[in-house]
Ligand binder design. Structure first.
Ligand code: GPK
Length: 836
């Protein structure tokens, strides 16, 4: 999009970097040479994997120069650098996005075509780097794309897990988890930097030495070597290449005495290296749940300590005294997982730089900012004091000092109010509260959608907000339109560009111009064709992978996300069951054919969520094999949902299911991706759905269910009575009973847990309460769909108003409000960017 075939420009002159051009001929020649040099064999004789690796290697060569130039430019201009610390980065495949952002997509496509190959095939050879669980990790990846594309000096700090999020297979309807061996065939995008390795210390004890000035000597610790691997983060055709630094744990075996004692000690050395490397072996596969495992605490400190040491090393090479640190460096803490950045920076400033407490504390607070991503109590991290002290003795002492300092300042404002102070303390009842530490040690605390931030301010973090209101602010999430439209839906991107020109890729607010075309028949016709084409592609995948034939003329209705009680996949299931019952009663019922698509992983120990997967698959078996309903509805559960699968499902979807219990979904980002691709949302007034409604207007979204205020009011009153709802709604009673009455052949008591949670455990997530309203909303949706011109207008309105959900917008807000990066310190000014 917006690139003429054959020019393949990367590195814009405005950014002061290389302004190179790669022609198709050049590309072909470079590529052939690359294959021959890497494999000592001709292009015709190497495997697809070899071809893919050679292509990555070539792209790496092309981006080496702008990468180097970007680093040099940052050094030269001394511009403030942002480091986004996150325990997860769910990158998705990189070949397509890097080619696209370099402006080399068309050239490469054509060159490979002329060599008798297909770029799409090679793109699919790439393993998804599954270094994240879900929304939080994917958000971090979208932000990397936006930071580079806005030309902001912003980098990622993350973990290079040996095994990513587990691979999900469905066996007999159940989820089975398999190791995600994503590195098996190598990962050609990153560069190992052993010379920049740092040491991270665990355990041991702290000796206090006092000769005039107190000194803390950390002794008897165990050292883990942190080795960085740098991944280039390519900005969209602006010559900016930032860095995502992923850390890997290694043992320093040379320090383990091996040879003199002979064999058995060598054995010990190997065992030792295995325990050390455990640190970066696995990603914890839990979403929104906190697990108090020592290894997780170690991972968190490992990332933080390694990341900060490397930032400071780099800072010292280029800058003066650490007093200037907050003017040159901003550190962003993505959820509480990297919150140890706060005591770790203090440790360096106090123990290594010998600054006073006041100085060190002020520098730290000015440098750090924090984003909260959930109000779920089970996700709020707290660590047992004992464990913390044992694993991180020096950091523990610092956290104790922070606690004392913070409590003293609370005391000044609330003298004598012990209750309040103990509720707000960082250490209380022998636990360390990471969110409290984050609030105390950061100058900014933000939520991820307006409602979510309001709930933080007025409920979850109310007392903290009363104490320091200026810290709290909202930054509604966003997603990158480059991956989530241009790359995954090229036909739509082309249609948009043909209609309003190519500027929307960099200025997504310009999508608003589409509004004028929403009612235009020719435009509608094209839009319909694009959607159909995407549905055909998804149907092909489903047929090949699952053997199920989909009707591409049916409504594709998708709920793809982690399986979680609050996200209410169960509500969706109950509604489909009711629809199925109606069809069984009246086979001539006039309904639009529907395809209900599900995808998502359940945390390994989350039993009810795993059973929800079985429930969906049982329903699919029943419905898909029932000839009497004449294919009016189909249900599919797509195995191993990940970024690549999302890229296939979202462009093919008509209806986006965003149906959490109001107040629980902090923001949601899938809702934004669907909207950009012209799907219509059926949703509750929760998270960013509320802002989507504001953007598109109430005619272009279907909302239902309790509001957050109503939900919270019910909780205050002790819940509601699900039995009344159940008894009062025949159709609902029928489907709830069907969970346990033999409706699902052979299921026995499998779904008793679901049944009980709805009726005997108070239906905590208001599934029954919202059922009638959800069903009514679906009827409205079907009515609208029948009137195709109206429907297509709704689809266009969604695309047209999706600009504000671009992560470019979010990131510009973070940059100005939180990190205080002034436009004039940016590599190129906003006005220059406009003229490109
Ligand atoms: C929130 F707390 C967490 C978590 O551990 N993992 C995760 O993916 C999600 N999230 C929220 O659930 C979403 O509502 C939100 O859009 C996303 O984070 C990004 O902010």
């Amino acid at each position: 999009i917006g690139v003429k075939p054959g020019t393949g420009v990367f590195g814009a002159a405005q950014a002061g970097t290389a302004d190179s051009e790669i022609t198709v001929e050049q590309f072909k020649q470079d590529y052939r040479n690359k294959v021959e040099r890497m494999y000592g064999d001709g292009l015709e004789r190497v495997s697809d994997l070899d071809k893919y690796n050679a292509l990555v290697s070539l792209v790496r060569d092309y981006l080496a120069e702008p990468w180097l130039n970007t680093k040099e430019k940052y050094r030269r201009t001394g511009s403030k650098q942002v480091y986004y610390f996150s325990i997860e980065f769910l990158l998705g495949r990189l070949l397509g996005s890097n080619l696209y952002n370099l402006g080399l997509n068309e050239v490469c496509q054509q060159a490979l075509g002329e060599l008798g190959m297909d770029l799409r095939t090679l793109r699919q050879v790439e393993e998804d780097p599954g270094l994240g669980n879900g929304g939080l990790g994917r958000l971090a990846a979208c932000y990397l794309d936006s930071m580079a594309s806005l030309g902001l000096p912003g980098h990622g700090m993350g973990m290079r897990y040996r095994y990513g999020l587990f691979e999900q297979r469905i066996v007999d309807g159940y989820q089975r988890e398999y190791a995600d061996d994503w590195l098996m065939d190598g990962f050609y995008w990153d560069v190992r930097k052993p010379a920049e390795a740092v040491e991270v210390r665990f355990g041991g004890n702290v000796r206090i030495k006092s000769n005039g000035k107190t000194q803390y000597i950390h002794e008897g610790y165990e050292t883990v070597l942190a080795v960085p691997y740098d991944v280039p983060v390519v900005g969209y055709r602006n010559g900016t290449i930032n860095t995502l630094r992923l850390w890997s744990a290694e043992a320093r075996l040379s320090e383990v005495v091996c040879a003199p004692q002979g064999g058995s000690d060598c054995q010990k050395a190997v065992e030792y290296s295995q325990t050390v490397e455990e640190l970066s072996n696995i990603l914890y596969p839990d979403d929104s749940t906190y697990e108090g495992k020592a290894l997780r605490l170690k991972q968190q400190y490992f990332l933080v300590s390694a990341g900060l040491q490397s930032i400071i090393r780099n800072y010292r090479e280029n800058n003066g005294h650490l007093r200037e640190f907050p003017h040159k460096i901003a550190i962003h803490i993505n959820d509480t997982h990297p919150v140890l950045c706060i005591p770790e920076l203090l440790r360096i400033l106090l123990d290594e730089e010998q600054l006073t407490w006041e100085e060190a504390w002020n520098i730290t607070v000015q440098t750090m900012s924090y984003t909260n991503h959930t109000i779920l109590p089970e996700a709020l991290e707290t660590w047992p004091e004992d464990l913390f002290r044992t694993v991180l003795p020096r950091i523990y002492l610092i956290v104790r000092d922070i606690n004392e300092y913070y409590c003293r300042s609370l005391w000044e404002t609330y003298p004598g109010d012990w209750d309040r102070i103990s509720r707000m303390a960082i250490i209380s009842y022998n636990r360390i509260h990471m969110a409290h530490l984050a609030i105390a040690g950061c100058h900014s605390v933000n939520g991820v959608a307006e409602l979510h931030t309001d709930i933080l301010k007025n409920k979850i973090m109310k007392e903290f907000c009363d104490f320091s209101p200026a810290k709290f602010n909202n930054k509604t999430n966003g997603v990158t339109q480059r991956r989530w439209v241009s790359l995954c839906n090229p036909a739509l991107a082309q249609l948009i560009t043909d209609t309003i020109g190519p500027r929307w890729v960099e200025h997504p607010q310009e999508l608003a111009q589409l509004e004028r075309h929403g009612a235009d028949t020719a435009f509608q016709h094209h839009l319909l064709r694009v959607k159909l084409q995407n549905k055909v592609a998804l149907a092909k995948y489903v047929k090949e992978k699952h053997g199920i034939t989909l009707d591409v003329n049916s409504i594709f209705d998708s709920q793809i996300k982690r399986i979680h009680a609050y996200k209410r996949q169960t509500l969706n299931v109950l509604h489909i069951m009711a629809l199925y019952n109606r069809l069984k009663e009246n086979p001539l019922l006039d309904i639009e054919p529907h395809t209900f698509i599900f995808g998502g992983k359940a945390a390994v120990n989350y039993h009810i969520a795993k059973n929800t997967i079985k429930l969906i698959n049982s329903l699919a078996d029943l419905v898909n094999n029932d000839k009497s309903i004449r294919d009016k509805i189909k249900v599919v559960f797509l195995e191993n949902y990940n970024v690549s699968l999302a890229e296939l499902i979202i462009p093919a979807t008509d209806v986006s299911e965003q149906i959490p219990t109001a107040s629980y979904e902090a923001s949601g980002t899938g809702n934004m991706k669907f909207m950009m691709n012209g799907a219509v949302t059926i949703g509750t007034l929760d998270g960013a759905n509320i802002e989507i409604k504001q953007a598109v207007g109430e005619d272009n979204i279907i909302v239902f269910g309790l509001t957050a205020e109503e939900v919270l009011a019910y909780y205050r009153g002790g819940g509601y009575n699900p039995w009344e709802v159940y008894q009062g709604n025949e159709r609902l009673k029928q489907v709830v009973d069907q969970l346990i009455n033999g409706f699902f052949p052979g299921a026995g008591d499998l779904f008793r847990g679901h049944f009980d949670s709805l009726l005997y455990q108070g239906d905590h997530f208001f599934v029954l309460k919202d059922f009638a309203s959800y069903e009514a909303a679906h009827r409205v949706l079907d009515e609208r769909y029948k009137d195709r011109p109206t429907w297509l207008k709704m689809c266009s309105a969604n695309i047209a108003h999706s600009g504000r959900f671009s992560s470019d917008r979010t990131f510009a807000e973070y940059a100005t409000d939180i990190w205080h990066i002034r436009p004039d310190t940016l590599p190129f000014s906003a006005s220059e960017k406009q003229t490109r």
